[in-house]
Design a protein around this ligand. Structure first.
Ligand SMILES: Cc1cc2nc3c(=O)[nH]c(=O)nc-3n(C[C@H](O)[C@H](O)[C@H](O)COP(=O)(O)OP(=O)(O)OC[C@H]3O[C@@H](n4cnc5c(N)ncnc54)[C@H](O)[C@@H]3O)c2cc1C
Length: 450
């Protein structure tokens, strides 16, 4: 494989990538086939109660809950509605915080760590209940998650982490030994796994389009291709200058996460946008897929900079993601990089072609925690460090409640300072440095040094 890689690099990754593309190839998210981003333009208002910038899961949740509470809510998106990460993600619903309980307790105290873990647990319950309550047909499946160990030391570390979570919150988990892994996944690439029952998979496109639909039915208005360019505070609210004109708003929520530009300058040095990448294979035989993923669970590996894969809902395709943070000069090259990683896990997919390839933007924070709150009268919710669907949906609701009650946002993540990235990190390639650090960390864990 290595010799082949060098050969391919010399002969140009781009032509190797092109050879992998199936006849039906499209460079767009797999999810857009069933749920393409939408052109809604619900009448451009002069004024509104709450202006929401960004039509992803955060913005849509805020709009839905505000409308239900009887407030006018207008959602702007610089592009089409749902064109951000909300309809580009992997389709996993988790109870994830990027820090372990122990690390968080050490930096912020046990009380904070406890409240933070309770809130991310609640976010998962919140979004899954919402999907059921609103009857959004989005292939929600509580199929459980396998976290595959990339080294024996990673397995030991995961078992320690899940032991803590089980003791603290009763989080159920099972250890799958290396000898038993074939019952779950048809690969010899990993050194065992931890199975977390109850975590879910879903179709993010159908979820988001259903959610927008429910928000519009409740009275919220959506405005595609309307970019916020400048926000000015006035005596009794804000004037928003957009590419389609000016809107007065009593309150504003910035919900742009990885697509944040400079609409809220305070956020900019506190967020590090990075890209996530995925492919969908051509249609495969059901027998092959049953051999590769007999239990049909969502799979991630145990690295901080992880690979992730699962079966497409209702279709015989494998969805595979990885190489987070990397961006090749030619986007198409990513087909070759991801395919190579996929074949590292499943060598028998060597001749399988790629039908979809896409990327999306997320936002990292320096303390690896999500943040929500209000700054100089402007609400914000972002910095999800990859796993933003549950917590973004919850933050949207919490901002709506804060608007309705006139109180501060009721979240543990609103009580802690959102740190800026140090200048040297921002100046010297930001995300590249962070991803290199995470790769080194994974390497050190694998060798028992950390
Ligand atoms: C490849 C990939 C895989 C992922 N996998 C998962 C997963 O399995 N599970 C999970 O929970 N999360 C996952 N995530 C992360 C998750 O998708 C995001 O955290 C979440 O969608 C963020 O939602 P949001 O509403 O805050 O932002 P987004 O959905 O990104 O929406 C932001 C919107 O703001 C708009 N915007 C930006 N600037 C302006 C402006 N000035 N004016 C108007 N509009 C503007 C953008 O056009 C965009 O539509 C993944 C992300 C990627 C990229």
């Amino acid at each position: 494989m290595l010799g082949q890689d060098i050969e391919v690099k010399n002969a140009s990754v781009t032509s190797a990538a092109r050879r992998l593309l199936n006849g039906d190839f499209r460079q767009e998210p797999y999810w857009w086939t069933a749920a393409p981003p939408e052109e809604f333009s619900d009448g451009f208002p002069d004024s509104t109660d709450v202006l929401i910038v960004g039509s992803g899961v955060t913005g849509t949740s805020a709009a839905y809950h505000l409308a239900k509470l009887g407030h006018q809510a207008d959602v702007l998106d610089a592009n089409l509605i749902g064109s951000g990460a909300a309809r580009r993600n992997a389709g996993f619903l988790s109870r994830t915080l990027k820090k372990t309980f122990t690390t968080l307790a050490r930096s912020h105290g046990e009380g904070f760590a406890d409240a933070a873990f309770k809130e991310v647990n609640h976010a998962f319950d919140f979004v899954t209940s919402l999907i059921r309550e609103l009857e959004i047909d989005c292939a929600l499946e509580p199929s459980g998650r396998l976290v595959m160990a990339t080294s024996p030391a990673h397995l030991t570390m995961m078992i320690d982490t899940f032991n803590d979570l089980h003791r603290q919150y009763g989080t159920p988990y099972e250890v799958v030994s290396e000898a038993d892994i074939h019952r779950e996944v048809g690969t010899t690439h990993y050194h065992g796994a931890v199975l977390i029952p109850g975590l879910a998979k879903f179709h993010p496109g159908l979820f988001h389009s259903g959610f927008v639909n429910r928000a519009r039915s409740a009275g919220a208005r959506f405005h595609a291709r309307t970019k916020l360019e400048r926000l000015k505070q006035t005596g009794n609210g804000f004037v928003a200058h957009t590419t389609r004109g000016t809107i007065r708003a009593r309150q504003v929520l910035i919900a742009t996460n990885g697509y944040n530009d400079n609409e809220m300058p305070w956020l900019k040095p506190r967020l590090a946008p990075f890209s996530g990448h995925m492919l969908a294979t051509e249609e495969l035989s059901p027998q092959l897929l049953r051999r590769l993923l007999p239990t049909n669970r969502g799979c991630t590996d145990s690295n901080t900079n992880l690979d992730y894969f699962h079966l497409a809902p209702g279709e015989n395709r494998l969805l595979f993601g990885g190489r987070t943070g990397a961006t090749p000069e030619i986007p198409l090259d990513m087909a070759w990089y991801l395919h190579r990683r996929m074949c590292r896990v499943f060598p028998e997919l060597e001749d399988v072609r790629v039908s979809r390839l896409w990327s999306g933007k997320c936002a990292g924070t320096y303390d690896l925690m999500p943040h929500v709150g209000e700054r100089n009268g402007v609400f914000f919710a972002s910095g999800y460090n990859f796993a933003g669907t549950p917590i973004g949906a919850l933050f949207g609701k919490k901002v709506a409640d804060a608007v309705a009650t006139g109180k501060a946002v009721d979240s543990i993540f609103a009580t802690t300072r959102m740190p800026r990235f140090p200048l040297p990190v921002r100046r010297c390639g930001g995300v590249r440095i962070v991803m290199t650090y995470l790769d080194v960390k994974d390497w050190l864990i694998a060798r028992g040094i950390l």
